[in-house]
Design a protein around this ligand. Structure first.
Ligand SMILES: C[S@@+](CC[C@H](N)C(=O)[O-])C[C@H]1O[C@@H](n2cnc3c(N)ncnc32)[C@H](O)[C@@H]1O
Length: 253
């Protein structure tokens, strides 16, 4: 799936039911997450992950952390308890606006980036890059670009912890209708109208796609970008077999 389509889907999902789109727990669909409950899941998750990462890299710098695919900021806000600054980046401006609305703390900021890169951040901007339940929704060719970018934006010695499925249980059905005889701009206008006003029509409602990437390809990207794998753990999940990779950028103290 192209990034433009991905951005539109996540903007639509964020308008309808943002907390459920970010954390699809059964019983929470239809705006049933309470704000405090939703954000407390982030604190529990990040506290648990940080405790394990601290064991692996006791001397990790605690300056700046990046949360890739931050959504409404569930994990970004929690990261700010472990780092001096935390930045959330997301492809969806609606998600970023929501995150800003829910977090006014000065050490937390949110950035919208719609490109297949993280050029909004200079080299070496962060000590830590974190990403959960995000790369699973991005086509592998883009995930590989983002993995390289994660290493670029890390400072030497910086650490990344990212989750990428090695297998998913659902496929990626084609979601685009082909109107080859109509001019593309006309097709785009009609599709946009249908998406917003009749989202159930013609399969144009936003979809959450799932993608997997073999561990060998993730490791190849990280290695080539200048990071060394510290740990790679398999974790089960309802709709995916996940792997969490912890790696460290070479060249640090
Ligand atoms: C399932 S939500 C997870 C949100 C957050 N990580 C959490 O656990 O609460 C996935 C998020 O990734 C974002 N996303 C998807 N593709 C992205 C991309 N290419 N760049 C940045 N964010 C992206 C979506 O907009 C959405 O907010």
């Amino acid at each position: 799936m192209r990034l433009g389509q991905l951005r539109r889907d996540w903007n639509d999902l964020a308008k309808e039911d943002p907390f459920w789109a970010a954390l699809t727990e059964s019983g929470k669909r239809g705006n049933r997450w309470s704000v405090s409950e939703f954000f407390s899941t982030g604190v529990a998750e990040v506290d648990r992950d940080m405790a394990r990462i601290r064991e692996l890299v006791p001397a990790m710098s605690r300056g700046a952390a990046l949360d890739f695919g931050c959504g409404p900021g569930r994990l970004t806000v929690a990261l700010a308890r472990h780092f001096a600054r935390a930045t959330g980046v997301d492809i969806s401006k609606t998600m970023v606006d929501l995150a800003r609305a829910h977090c006014a703390e000065p050490q937390v900021d949110f950035v919208c980036s719609t490109r297949p890169n993280l050029k909004v951040f200079p080299d070496g901007s962060f000590d830590f890059v974190y990403s959960r339940i995000t790369l699973q929704h991005i086509a592998p060719k883009f995930t590989k670009l983002y993995l390289r970018e994660f290493v670029r934006v890390l400072s030497p010695g910086g650490v990344l912890s990212v989750q990428v499925p090695v297998a998913v249980h659902v496929g990626d059905p084609p979601d685009r209708l082909k109107f080859s005889i109509w001019p593309p701009t006309m097709v785009m206008r009609i599709k946009r109208h249908l998406r917003y006003h009749h989202p159930g029509w013609y399969g144009l409602a936003p979809k959450i796609h799932m993608y997997a990437l073999p561990a060998s390809e993730v490791l190849e990207c990280l290695e080539a970008a200048g990071a060394t794998l510290l740990q790679c753990e398999q974790t089960g999940h309802d709709d995916a077999l996940n792997v969490t990779y912890v790696a460290r950028k070479r060249g640090g103290p």
